[in-house]
Design a protein around this ligand. Sequence first.
Ligand SMILES: *Cc1c(COP(=O)(O)O)cnc(C)c1O
Length: 463
Amino acid sequence: MKYQSTRGQAPILGFEDALLAGLAADGGLYLPQSWPVFTADTLRSLQGADYATIASRVMAPFMEGWIEHDELLAMLRETYAVFDHPAVVPMVQAGSNDWLLELFHGPTFAFKDVALQLLGRLFDRALERRGERITIVGATSGDTGSAAIAGCADRANMDVTILFPHGRVSEVQRRQMTTVDAANVHCIAIEGTFDDCQALVKAMFNDAGFRSRMNLAAVNSINWARVMAQSVYYVVSAVRLGAPDRPIAYCIPSANFGAAFAGYVAKQMGLPIAQFIIATNTNDILHRFLESGSYRPSGVVPTLSPSMDIQISSNFERLLFEVHGCDPEATSHLMARLSQSGGFEAEPEALARTQTMMASHRLDDDGMRAEMARMQDDCGIIVDPHTACGTAAARSSGLDPGIPVITHAQAHPAKFPDAVAEAIGRRPDMPDRLARLMGRTERVTVLPNDLAAVQAFISNESG
Ligand SMILES: *Cc1c(COP(=O)(O)O)cnc(C)c1O
């Protein structure tokens, strides 16, 4: 399989290069040049198979020629054995035809583990083959940093350094990063804000000397392999409910559109997905686009679902490319308008194509509290505020009630105990694995918001 950039001006790459490149050289995002398609019989043959088996079948075509099937299957078995449920992504029933897909059984209790646990292993294999070592650097306001650390800890060919704003992440989030006991993991608490942390990371990538000396790399959500790994849980959940002989709808609380685009990939591969419902909080750029075709970022407002508080949805470029006839010129044109005039309008046919696949819904903080309470009262299920955006969207979707709706449960409610307590009057039980973090030793270095100090620390600690 070869990979091309959505903007058409970067080299065509094989899987390994696309994996390590992250962002394409022309600023675009890598996509496979064609979609592998499963027949109905092939999908039927996956019914009853375990997660790793289905994952190997779904992902093999994207890595063809890079890894043999047996090695891939062994890697996937190891990857998903760290999840605390034998089904990896179990489902619970929330209504006669409503389901929750629990994506939070990985090491950090949110769905990013599904992809990042695999990404660390794929990176390690690629680096081993090349005889290279990389330094992964990232900034986090909470969840992504811990998932990246958990995915990279103790991997042979990489160091990982995560910057977070000192005193501005929750205690659980901080401990999920600072208590990981691995020599290649480094946490820096910056005396500043999340934006300061992001600016420092950007400055390190823009420092060509430092970048090549340290072989800097990122594991952000534009990496193709993350999308690829997430397309698996659509296939897994759909065949459990009778696909390909039954259409399924998905409701996805969205921000960077990685999880949602992975659903589009599964649909292109032949999964009968009747409808996607894109759920947002009041940072609703995706909802506004799907209603009007106008893509225009506004300021970020903090909400009860912080992992969805973003302005620019980075993976959305992949969908724009697809619905504009896979035309890199059209995509480049839209992206240029976004950076020059702060927004763009999609072509009417492209919008129509998107709207036949995707509906959307927005929920504010009061709505999230009400929905968390309703889920507790009606179904006896405690959901986190991100998932609540999804279950509310699923209910108001007006879909044919004969079509099962699967809502992604994105994070364990114990990761957001205060928001849950505001809604249902008590804090959710903390899983033992999370509770044990509270007693562990933390390893973290507090540094000023100063590029030279951060670079000196990373040069010293990595390698
Ligand atoms: C990352 C995250 C999201 C947003 O997912 P995208 O793939 O960026 O759309 C939603 N909820 C939670 C809990 C997250 O951690």
